[in-house]
Design a protein around this ligand. Structure first.
Ligand code: G3H
Ligand code: 13P
Ligand code: ZN
Length: 326
């Protein structure tokens, strides 16, 4: 590792204070993934404009795609850009779905303020042991750690499971006590990607298992809960993609009113990646369809970035309730 640095020197914050305030005031902090400059600019701009705290998420796939060193410097650069804009908001730099102690350690050592260790597909005791090992490294460095219990269905490269297994509420107290995590991701019917439900014609999206969430809240009152796989897969962008030459039939996500309800509960962090991907794809397809001669990336990535800002602001204001908190 070229340089070891604490996130505190860079101006990031861990998620503890963010979650305390979100829990008290009944909203959820957005956790948006980025893989490139336009996504990062849009996330920061939207959150500064809407006065929302934000968790910048970097996945293992993002590190492989964009280069781990470049990505972390981009995170730092974005923070400097925000300082120049004046009136900053709290920003955490978070590893999404860390799958090993080494990966979590490497992120902590290079300035991440928060990491997720996702050992949810392992047996309970192995999940506890690996998660605790990460917590033991993170704690003295004041880095927050997210663990996960239960498995989300999904088809992403690094997050792959055929079927979801809901979180068993009777496990959560033991897990939190034994590991010392700061927040817990649970499985209540969300899943990763743009195809969250296989719906037959006329069927609507099944509701999230709020009964499991309530049971979890009873077992660990006041403890920050995380929802992964929370994109709504907005039909306006799916329609745009299909109109301009794409083919995304049967894509469906989590209805916004269900996320609003979750955000008012102990759910303090809501993860959204796919919605950003869909906005970019829709806008780029539109430009290409309307101006087939366009070849300057700024002319198609620019409009995509503008639309991303609008979508993220909308999420903060109308879905997560995180706007106007700072
Ligand atoms: O939860 C998964 C995130 O959407 C990241 O996906 O591994 O394809 O970067 P990725
Ligand atoms: P979506 O695929 O629903 O956006 O979920 C993203 C996520 O959970 C990142 O960890
Ligand atoms: Zn996830």
């Amino acid at each position: 590792m070229a340089d070891t640095v604490s996130y505190k020197e860079l101006g990031f914050v861990n998620t503890r204070e963010m979650f305390k305030k979100a829990m008290k005031d009944g909203y959820a902090v957005p956790a948006y993934n980025f893989n490139n400059m336009e996504q990062l600019q849009a996330i920061l701009t939207a959150c500064v404009k809407s006065r929302s705290p934000v968790i910048l998420q970097v996945s293992k796939g993002a590190r492989d795609y964009a280069n781990a060193t470049l990505l972390r410097w981009m995170g730092r650069g974005a923070l400097e850009m925000m300082k120049e804009l004046g009136q900053g908001v709290p920003v955490a730099l978070h590893l999404d779905h860390g799958d090993s102690f080494e990966l979590c350690k490497s992120c902590i050592d290079c300035g991440f303020s928060s990491v997720m260790i996702d050992a949810s597909s392992k047996p309970f005791d192995e999940n506890v042991a690996l998660t605790k090992k990460v917590v033991d490294y993170a704690r003295p460095r004041d880095v927050s750690v997210e663990g996960e219990l239960g498995v989300l269905a999904g088809i992403e490269e690094h997050v792959s499971s055929e079927k979801s297994h809901y979180t068993n509420p009777s496990d959560v107290e033991d897990f939190v006590k034994k590991t010392g995590v700061d927040s817990l991701a649970i499985s209540i019917g969300t899943s990763h990607g743009a195809y969250k439900f296989k719906l037959k014609p006329g069927e609507s999206v099944p509701p999230l298992r709020f009964d499991i969430l309530e049971e979890v809240e009873k077992r660990i009152p006041g403890f920050p809960i995380v929802l992964h796989g929370a994109s709504s897969v907005l039909t306006s962008y799916i329609d745009m993609i299909n109109k301009y030459g794409g083919k995304m039939e049967g894509a469906a996500g989590i209805p916004e009113e269900q996320l609003r309800k979750a955000a008012k509960s102990a759910v303090c962090k809501i993860n959204i990646d796919s919605d950003g991907r869909l906005v970019m794809t829709a806008m780029i397809r539109k430009v290409f369809a309307e101006k087939p001669g366009e070849f300057d990336p700024r002319k198609y990535l620019g409009p995509a970035r503008e639309e991303l800002v609008k979508m993220y602001m909308d999420k903060n204001e109308k879905v997560l309730g995180s706007a106007g908190r700072y």
